[in-house]
Design a protein around this ligand. Sequence first.
Ligand code: M6R
Length: 606
Amino acid sequence: MCGIVGYAGNRNGADIVLAGLRALEYRGYDSAGLVTFTSQKTIEAVKRKGNVDELEKAIKKRKLIGATTLGHTRWATHGEPSETNAHPHTDAAGRVFVVHNGIIENHKELRAYLEARGHVFVSETDTECVAHLIAEFISRGADFESALFSALAKIEGSYAFAIIDRENPDTIYAARLSSPLVIGVGEHENFLASDPSALIESTKRVIYLKDREVATITKSKITTTDLNRRLTPMNIEELEWDLEAAQKGNFPHFMLKEIFEGPEVVRTAMRGRLKKNVLKLGGLDLVRDKLDSMRRLVILACGTSYYAGLVGEYIFEEIAGIPTEVHFASEFRYRNEPFEPGTVALAISQSGETADTLAALKKAKEAKLLTLGLVNVVGSSIARETDAGIYNHAGPEVGVASTKAFLSQLTVLTMMALSLARKKQKINRELMDELQRIPEKIEAVLKQAEAMKRLAAKYSAYENFLFLGRRYNYPVALEGALKLKEISYLHAEGYGAGEMKHGPLAMISPEFPTIAVVPKNSVSEKMYSNIEEIRARKGPVLAIASEGDKKIASIADDVFYIPKTLEPLEPLLAVIPLQLFAYYIGTALGYNVDRPRNLAKSVTVE
Ligand code: M6R
């Protein structure tokens, strides 16, 4: 995810900003850049693809020493990772320099308008239009600050901006909406960052910028205003974190932090794509004709991404009316199946680098199938190999156990199915509305994390677990078992509940608990029967059930309630308690849940 660092003071800003960017490296990035005012009061920008070391080498080579400085680490969203797309971005005259975190939803419209006005763009980014837009207002006679506020009024989406103006060498301007920015208060110097971890080396006194606030920062003065240029109150707070803690925010582990990012990743996946009843998936536009005549969808993935694909199979068949099958990429690549014309392959991968998924994709390409990608890491191998696709924009996932990426994958798969739906059904419109309510419902689930912690403490005494679900929640059961295995090294099996009496029932005993995913839906009566069968064999049952379900408490030992939603969206809520269950059992047993033994975040070997 992108990072911003700024400095206003008398010291060498490049050194301070580089140190700040290094503190943000844990967030993941693919290029870095910096702009500074030199002692001769000229302004210079340096950008490099790759890491902060590359940027530092370039700065040293140019002997760049300056005071007011902005730096940025970019995690590509619009446009591939490259020096041209790295921040800062500037206008044609090189007057306004902008670094940005977030997504400008109306960047295409702004770009078209500005190009028609003669502005020449050099990058593929959404950010560049901000520098041109401010320059446009200046060219019409506005002073810099008025131009900045006029530009902000035109921008839709989410942003944390840090901006400098060649004509105001002592000042940094900052603005935020739905993307964090924090000002560091120093002695005769001040700082800016997108994350407090970049400030801790320099100061612990901070002001958190609020949504729709604009800050003006010099070495001796900080002011904040609203978007109507009225002064807003500033509250200086004291940071109590050490560096490692700051990177994780208030969370003890990345895994928990990433579980709690669930509502935000679902919102981000929808941002600029789904609003009210309008759904636009620009990433599929180029191949829309071929998708309209698609006869079969083949989903290729591994691990958690495979389980997201299994949920996708139900959604594509029921909502889009498209026959769909899901394959472990590691199996698909060695099969010799015939492909009928009109088959489309969809590779799902958080990292975009999983060797088996990449190999399966290559096989699909050799068979001349149209290939799509659902990938989190922009510019990754799978993203580059596919004909078209959609990015998750979930931000880097640091914990080896995939959590937030799964939620993001389910969100995008639902939008894809809705966008490809062959017939208009009432449920499709209902799904669009309900998907937009899901982030709040996830927040409601997360509020009960302490209750899950207590349940996990109770169940951490067991060594074997069965996870059961049906239909949309069958893949959720599989994912719950995978999470527990990875994080706690306990034996866990996921099953479709109907399969239980074909074998797994033999294992049930008072020592072998079952986690039953049983929201109130078209198959809950069948699930109740399965739970009764387990209870008859004295197996303990923890149920993940819908709020208001009166029956479940009488047949399960423990119940964790989740809000009601439409059946295809249940996995987005039901998986959260299972992620928390694995996390709390893993930590109760004293394991390193962020880096489980024997596992790697990106599996680049076969
Ligand atoms: O990066 P990918 O989504 O392609 O990774 C696939 C699997 O390696 C990954 O989901 C793995 O199973 C995780 N450790 C699950 O938590």
